[in-house]
Design a protein around this ligand. Structure first.
Ligand SMILES: C[S@@+](CC[C@H](N)C(=O)[O-])C[C@H]1O[C@@H](n2cnc3c(N)ncnc32)[C@H](O)[C@@H]1O
Length: 295
């Protein structure tokens, strides 16, 4: 038996949703209304424009999703996916939703490994596995470890990395025992760690991310600090480290890295002109016997 259809077209249902979302102050009402309609109907944007008579049950489900978005549940939790790089990752409560800005770090990473055959890479604080997943898609010859400490997030990571050449490891990336057999050999360490200072107020959508994915002690520097020393030990001479940070860390991160011994330290801005990530390398002349300094 076919489901009963309402008199409402998809265009009308979407218009109604856009108005409700806009009135509730949701930042991107048009996009969200469209994406939720595509998700609930299984139709493309174009098909939605010409489809008449939204089935009654589907309309109820759509209005329910719109209400949850008005209640500021992240769009990606409602659709179950986050667009990243050239595809989509599975996400939901318990894992950080990857942000488009992190694609800039992926682009930089692909540049530094462009001339390295079968590079050895560590994605530290890997969350959903976004960075490792994007790198594995572009460089199937790479050996990639994706290290994530939170067991809930790690379940999402394992799901997303299935079928790729990247391997997940549920561990504290800042511990000197983690992947210690790779010390002095790694070509590239990439990371988008938690870095928001605990005093900063964030939007309800960011609060839906796990706390340990977002906030860090010591004005947001706690994990970055420890990871800097860990990356220094993992890397081979000439290897590279790229790490996202809060824009308030624009001076602190490069200063720390230079003090620890990284060279060619550069800070990079995102498309909005905010300081977003720092990159640096180990000098090709670094002796592997050299101790990582303790500041
Ligand atoms: C900002 S999220 C980024 C996730 C992913 N890299 C991305 O860009 O979407 C930071 C992640 O680091 C994890 N994390 C925090 N401290 C960690 C640690 N010491 N070792 C490993 N993972 C850690 C959190 O659980 C969270 O999944």
């Amino acid at each position: 038996m076919s489901e009963s259809r309402t008199a409402l077209s998809w265009s009308e249902a979407i218009r109604e949703a856009r108005a409700r979302l806009a009135q509730a102050g949701v930042a991107s009402p048009r996009t969200d209304a469209d994406l939720l309609a595509m998700h609930v109907s299984g139709l493309s944007r174009t098909r939605l424009l010409i489809a008449n008579g939204v089935p009654a049950q589907t309309l109820r489900a759509y209005r329910d999703l719109v209400q949850r978005r008005i209640d500021r549940q992240p769009l990606q939790h409602l659709t179950g996916t986050a667009a990243f790089w050239k595809g989509e990752l599975a996400v939901g409560p318990g894992v950080f939703v990857p942000r488009p800005e992190t694609e800039l770090l992926v682009e930089w990473a692909l540049g530094v490994i462009a001339d390295i055959d079968s590079p050895l890479i560590i994605d530290a604080c890997a969350g959903s596995g976004a960075i490792a997943w994007a790198l594995a898609g572009e460089r199937p010859d790479a050996t990639i470890w994706a290290v994530e400490a939170d067991p809930d997030a790690f379940e999402w990571l394992e799901h997303n990395l299935k079928g790729t050449t990247a391997t997940g490891l549920c561990a504290d990336a800042t511990e000197f025992t983690t992947l210690s057999d790779l010390d002095g050999q790694v070509d590239l360490v990439v990371s988008n760690p938690p870095y928001v200072p605990e005093t900063v107020e964030v939007s309800p959508e960011v609060l839906a991310d796990p706390t340990m994915a977002v906030f860090a002690a010591h004005e947001g520097m706690a994990v970055i600090n420890d990871l800097t020393f860990r990356a220094h030990q993992w890397l081979r001479p000439g290897g590279w480290f790229g790490c996202e940070h809060d824009d308030s860390h624009v001076r602190a991160v490069p200063a720390l890295w230079r003090a620890v011994g990284f060279v060619e330290v550069t800070d990079h801005e995102d498309l909005a002109g905010r300081s977003r990530f720092t990159t640096g390398g180990l000098s090709p002349h670094t002796s592997t016997d050299e101790e990582t300094p303790h500041l």
